[in-house]
Ligand binder design. Structure first.
Ligand code: SF4
Ligand code: F3S
Ligand code: FES
Length: 246
């Protein structure tokens, strides 16, 4: 009986960009950690081991470890991605990790995506504007939705607000108030919702400028790197056509 070949255990070099804005006298620098790779090791496991065994001051964010909460986005060998869904076996022996650009840095790999997302959400009013709610018209509020439309809305609601599309977008890096693919995806989602009583002209007020649909230069990094594979480019192109006519 032939033996199953075993993979040689690798020693990984995990190079982390260390920076703590709370200690301005420290300059940002790369720090190398060495770690023995384990079977099915994710970057979450690797970073947790480094923090437990080598440097308790290492900062990074995780909550769900399952690609749901969106808190573990970081630059992995230069590309935005979710650390909890990234296996070290898919990466070379040296792995560089840096914080997502475009967000306020908390420390090391931890950035404040929540503050950015809240600002975007308030600006775009990403909640259902339902006239039935104001009129206490429960029949209108609870009207059944066509299942096919509900599925279409659900598809766009899969966004976990991880920020990878912002970090991957050249426009977002140059234009501070650009709402990015995540914001435009939200507009597309509420525009689809039959309970939302806003018209295209109302959405035009929100995103009909260079910080919205007309700022997008179709660079497509958002769609290429969205960990939830959302159809971002199609949504943005569709909105742009609608806004051009509004
Ligand atoms: Fe993350 Fe994709 Fe949502 Fe952007 S659109 S925040 S990449 S899940
Ligand atoms: Fe940016 Fe995506 Fe447009 S990467 S420029 S939002 S297509
Ligand atoms: Fe929640 Fe990675 S820890 S998405």
């Amino acid at each position: 009986m032939s033996e199953i070949p075993t993979r040689a255990v690798r020693e990984l070099t995990i190079r982390v960009l260390r920076c703590n804005p709370a200690e301005p006298e420290q300059t940002p620098e790369w720090q190398d950690f060495r770690l023995e790779e384990a079977e099915a090791m994710t970057l979450f496991v690797a970073l947790s081991l480094l923090r437990e065994e080598q440097d308790a001051s290492l900062s990074f964010d995780f909550v769900c470890r399952a690609g749901i909460c969106g808190s573990c986005g970081m630059l992995i060998n230069g590309r935005p991605g979710l650390a909890c869904r990234t296996l070290t076996r898919d990466l070379p022996d040296t792995i560089t990790l840096a914080p997502l650009p475009g967000f306020e840095l908390i420390a090391d790999l931890s950035v404040n995506t929540g503050k950015w997302m809240r600002g975007m959400s308030e600006r775009l009013e990403t909640w259902v504007h339902d006239a039935g709610l104001a009129d206490h018209n429960l029949a209108q509020v609870e009207a059944p939705m066509d299942p096919a439309l509900a599925r279409e809305i659900y598809e766009l609601e899969r966004c976990i607000e991880c920020g990878c599309c912002i970090a991957a977008c050249g426009t977002a890096q140059m234009r501070e108030n650009f709402v990015g693919a995540v914001g435009l995806n939200q507009v597309a989602r509420f525009r689809l919702d039959p309970r939302d009583t806003r018209e295209d002209a109302d959405y035009y007020e929100l995103v009909g400028d260079e910080d919205g649909v007309f700022g997008c230069m179709t660079l497509l990094g958002c769609e290429d790197l969205c960990p939830k594979d959302l159809p971002l480019a199609a949504q943005i192109a569709f909105l742009r056509r609608k806004m051009a006519r509004a």
